[in-house]
Design a protein around this ligand. Structure first.
Ligand SMILES: Nc1ncnc2c1ncn2[C@@H]1O[C@H](COP(=O)(O)OP(=O)(O)OP(=O)(O)O)[C@@H](O)[C@H]1O
Length: 481
């Protein structure tokens, strides 16, 4: 790096003292060889980047010039009158500008406007430091800035010759140059030149004191919900709600004991409870996890493997019936406009059934569950399975691959993380074993065809669940009368 200004160095320590070092990226560029290009780079570019601030400063200056010009034209060169009118016009414009800042909506708009300009400047500078400047001194340009609770999302326009992969390769360096937690690049499948970049500033799941935050589910206050709509289950690390689109998709949730699986599953159950049209079925080897939901279940909670097999047999019969109806009506999948309700099957603690000591019952359970998960999707049957011990004997790969959504909460090993997400994700940095033990409810959510995203489940306390269940039961009773 070159320092623009000389810096006083203390002889013995060789640490900079006095003036701060003004660092510049040490990039050799073609345009620095002519006066015109020097002006473009050293003058016009900074002016362009500071244009919003300069515009605000220019308002009183232009008003003063305008006032002076008008008086000059009207009364001739009367120095006192010209200076006086310039001061008055400039002052009036300045006061008007400051006065408008007192209006909250103007102040907010101005703050956002200027803060976006600052983000653009920081981005421009970071790109130049990180070697993303082309030989024609162009860098990826910010077209739009969107504020998110934990940072900013930028829509970027790449200079010709660069790709989103170049940004991805420099993401760590950009994060360091911007002095933020992380920079994440999202290639744009529709327009390769316009990727999105997330700049993560705040910790998404910790409060100011670095304590884990509780996220309140919107379902707790909702009067009703439809499983056909997206189900908000938690927040991603940009502070946006992670939604599950359940029709046609199954969900697998895995993680070590006390990682927050039941809470994660509660979010789906809450949406189903508030949908009076949905059929909700539960299998719970521990009895207590789904016990609170019993009033909204459409059949008794299955707690033994025999009950579970009987419930699944009934579901297979329902599924076959639905396929017969679909075939006769010429349809391929159950859709919202059909009379058939969505069925939500929740299996908590899969391990107690798929690794049951009775081999015959275990094989029967595995066979019927795999059938429901594999064929149920088109028939409007959604399976949500949670397991404490994500290993291949509990969740065979053939079963795991049938889940479109895989959500892994903290695990003890990277293999366990990969068992839920799929082989290879841990080595690409998506490893639930690296989640801190105190971050309960935090996990990696993989939606089919995507990349695992950090998502913290919204928390529903027993009291919240009781409220939702009471509302759901009332909705169902209302439907029956
Ligand atoms: N999303 C969350 N936000 C905040 N705290 C959470 C969250 N999820 C879980 N917790 C905390 O972790 C505790 C354990 O959660 P939960 O019962 O869901 O874990 P689990 O993985 O189902 O455990 P087990 O495997 O033993 O059944 C909860 O009582 C709660 O205190």
């Amino acid at each position: 790096m070159r320092a623009r200004w000389a810096v006083l160095m203390s002889d013995d320590l060789r640490k900079p003292v006095g003036l701060t070092v003004f660092e510049r990226p040490d990039v050799k560029t073609r345009v620095q060889h002519s006066a015109a290009s020097w002006i473009a780079v050293e003058v016009l570019r900074p002016v362009w980047l500071w244009r919003r601030e300069l515009f605000l400063l220019a308002v009183p200056v232009l008003a003063a010039l305008g006032g002076a010009g008008a008086v000059w034209a009207a009364v001739g060169l009367d120095v006192n009158a010209v200076i006086g009118s310039a001061l008055m016009a400039g002052g009036a414009a300045g006061v008007l500008l400051l006065g408008s800042v007192c209006v909250p909506v103007v102040r907010t708009a101005l703050r956002v406007w200027l803060s976006h300009a600052r983000v653009r400047r920081q981005w421009d500078k970071a790109c130049r430091f990180c070697g993303l400047e082309t030989i024609a001194v162009r860098v990826p340009r910010v077209k739009y800035v969107t504020d998110l609770p934990t940072g900013s999302r930028l829509r970027i326009r790449l200079p010709r010759g660069q790709s989103a992969a170049d940004l991805e390769a420099g993401a760590d360096r950009l994060a360091s140059a911007l002095d933020v937690r992380a920079v994440r690049v999202h290639p744009n499948p529709d327009a390769a030149r316009w990727p999105d970049v997330d700049i993560l500033r705040k910790h998404p799941f910790r409060d100011e004191m670095r304590n884990p935050m509780m996220i309140r589910s919107p379902l707790v206050d909702a009067d009703r919900w439809s499983l056909w709509d997206g189900v908000p289950v938690g927040m991603d690390d940009m502070g946006a709600w992670a939604q599950l689109r359940l029709p046609g998709r199954n969900v697998l949730v895995g993680g070590e004991p006390e990682a927050g699986k039941s809470v994660a599953v509660s979010n789906v159950l809450a949406a189903a409870a508030l949908d009076p049209d949905a059929v909700v079925l539960g299998i719970d080897g521990k009895q207590v996890e789904l016990g609170l939901w019993v009033p909204v279940l459409s059949a008794p909670l299955a707690v033994t493997i025999e009950d579970a097999c009987a419930l699944l047999d009934g579901l297979v019969a329902e599924m076959d019936g639905r396929y017969a109806k679909l075939a006769s009506s010429g349809a391929r999948v159950v859709t919202r406009d059909m009379e058939l309700p969505l069925v939500l099957l929740v299996v908590d603690e899969l391990r107690l059934f798929t690794a049951h000591p009775d081999r015959k019952l275990r094989d029967r359970f595995n066979r019927v569950l795999t059938d429901v998960v594999a064929r149920g999707r088109a028939a409007g049957i959604i399976a949500v399975c949670a397991t404490q011990k994500p290993s291949s004997d509990v969740v065979p790969t053939s079963l795991r691959d049938l889940f479109a959504y895989r959500w892994v909460l903290r695990c003890s090993t990277r293999d366990a993380s990969d068992t839920v997400l799929g082989a290879g994700w841990a080595s690409e940095g998506h490893n639930a074993a690296s989640i801190a033990p105190e971050d309960r409810g935090l996990g990696l959510l993989l939606a089919e065809g995507g990349v695992p995203a950090s998502v913290k489940a919204a928390f529903l306390s027993d009291g919240d669940i009781a409220q939702v269940v009471a509302r759901g039961a009332a909705l169902r009773d209302g439907g029956r009368t």
